[in-house]
Ligand binder design. Structure first.
Ligand code: PLP
Length: 394
């Protein structure tokens, strides 16, 4: 059957091919170290699980309002106030089935055919696809490695046309882990403001920041910037709740209202018991968010130093998230490869280490390595990568 154009032009997730290959090798009995994970390797804290179970036992198993339970919105508003001194009413918040779905609903709400959305590279793989699915056109600007993968207001300004609707800011970033400081945020934010472009600020890694750095949202910098911004966040990464599918968007009432109308015809509502779990997540702090953050920081500091000692490998030190995004172009070249994707494939085949090629994130000289796995495995992986580079030197 001939399928719709909108799905036939979708680019499959770049992690899929490598994950499938890693699984195949594992099933053949090979000792594969997979560093492709996009989710924390910790269990959801117990008190959250208990609250969700209790909600079901108490009969909260029915439809909820489309935009989320009033109590959950209240807790999200409380979190915004407490963590970022941002005030949002419940009409300015929509809960979706994960931050990914909140973004999807947002682009469906905002974009008409041909509207442009500016996306800095390297980007999270779903941004361009979601923009295209909504009929929009992704316009890329390069976050240069020498500028910690961050874009400048000049770059943003140059990319703006009469069709530009929005600009995506992801800080801390997947895949680079880089984070904008308040001055940089203000500069890019004001360039968006001057041109009346909506800022989509994806803050899903807000809680995972390192080296004493503090996360700032562009919306915190002025009332005008707050008006111009839609914040995307959720509990997936902060509370290790990826499978629960709870994320949210906050911003202008008219946008949130339209998103809620749309959600009422797609999901009806985010899963009820998962919403109760998210309420518990924000109601109480048992220290697990900070414990997870510390564990990630520990791993980062241990393996970063080892990674950058490898020949032909350079890496901007991440300030957040749980990924390293080294440039391995020189290592690949030393090993006789022009194409980093091919190098990644052979690394998996020969040394059984699965990395995600940077090409899927718009950065073909890099690879993404997730440290959401144990230190032992991480150290083992770096050792194997080193062995591969040495063995293949030409
Ligand atoms: C940058 C970024 N935004 C959003 C998401 C989606 O998160 P969720 O699990 O809440 O859909 C992810 C997940 O990998 C991500 O990396």
């Amino acid at each position: 059957m001939k399928l719709a154009k909108r799905v036939s032009t979708l680019t499959p997730s770049s992690t899929l091919a490598i994950t499938a290959k890693a699984k195949e090798l594992k099933s053949q009995g090979h000792d594969v170290i997979g560093l492709g994970a996009g989710e924390p390797d910790f269990n959801t804290p117990d008190y959250i699980i208990k609250a969700a179970v209790q909600s079901m036992e108490e009969g909260h198993t029915k439809y909820t309002p489309s935009g989320g339970l009033p109590k959950l919105k209240e807790m999200i508003a409380h979190k915004f106030k407490q963590d970022q001194n941002l005030t949002y009413s419940s009409e300015e918040i929509i809960v979706g089935t994960g931050a990914k779905h909140a973004l999807y609903t947002l682009f469906q709400t905002l974009l008409d055919e041909g509207d442009e959305v500016i996306i800095p590279t390297p980007y999270w793989v779903s941004y361009p696809e979601q923009v295209k699915l909504a009929g929009g056109k992704p316009v890329y600007i390069e976050g240069k490695e020498e500028n910690d993968f961050k874009v400048t207001p000049e770059q943003l300004q140059d990319a703006i046309t009469s069709k530009t609707k929005a600009f995506i800011l992801n800080s801390p970033s997947n895949p680079t882990g880089s984070m904008y400081d308040p001055e940089e945020l203000k500069a890019v934010g004001e360039a968006a403001l001057d041109n009346d472009i909506l800022i989509v600020s994806d803050e899903i890694y807000e809680k995972l920041v390192y080296g004493g750095a503090e996360h700032t949202s562009v919306a915190q910098l002025s009332e005008k910037l707050k008006e111009q911004t839609i914040i995307i966040n959720g509990v997936s990464k902060s509370h290790s709740m990826t499978g629960w599918r709870i994320g949210y968007a906050a911003g202008r009432k008219e946008i949130i209202k339209a998103m809620t109308n749309l959600a009422s015809h797609s999901t009806s509502n985010p899963t009820a018991n998962a919403q109760y779990g998210a309420i518990a997540a924000y109601e109480k702090d048992d220290g697990s968010v900070e414990n997870m953050r510390k564990a990630f920081e520990d791993r980062l500091n241990t393996i970063y130093d080892k990674l950058v000692e490898l020949p032909g490998v350079t890496c901007v030190k991440p300030k957040g998230a749980f990924y390293l995004f080294p440039n391995v172009k020189e290592a690949a070249k030393m090993n006789g490869y022009d194409d980093v994707d091919e190098w990644v494939k052979d690394l998996l085949e020969e040394e059984k280490v699965a990395l995600v090629p940077g090409s899927g994130f718009g950065s073909p000289d890099n690879v993404r390595l997730s440290y959401a796995t144990s230190l032992d495995l991480l150290e083992g992986a770096i050792e194997r990568i080193g062995r591969f580079i040495e063995k293949k030197k030409q």
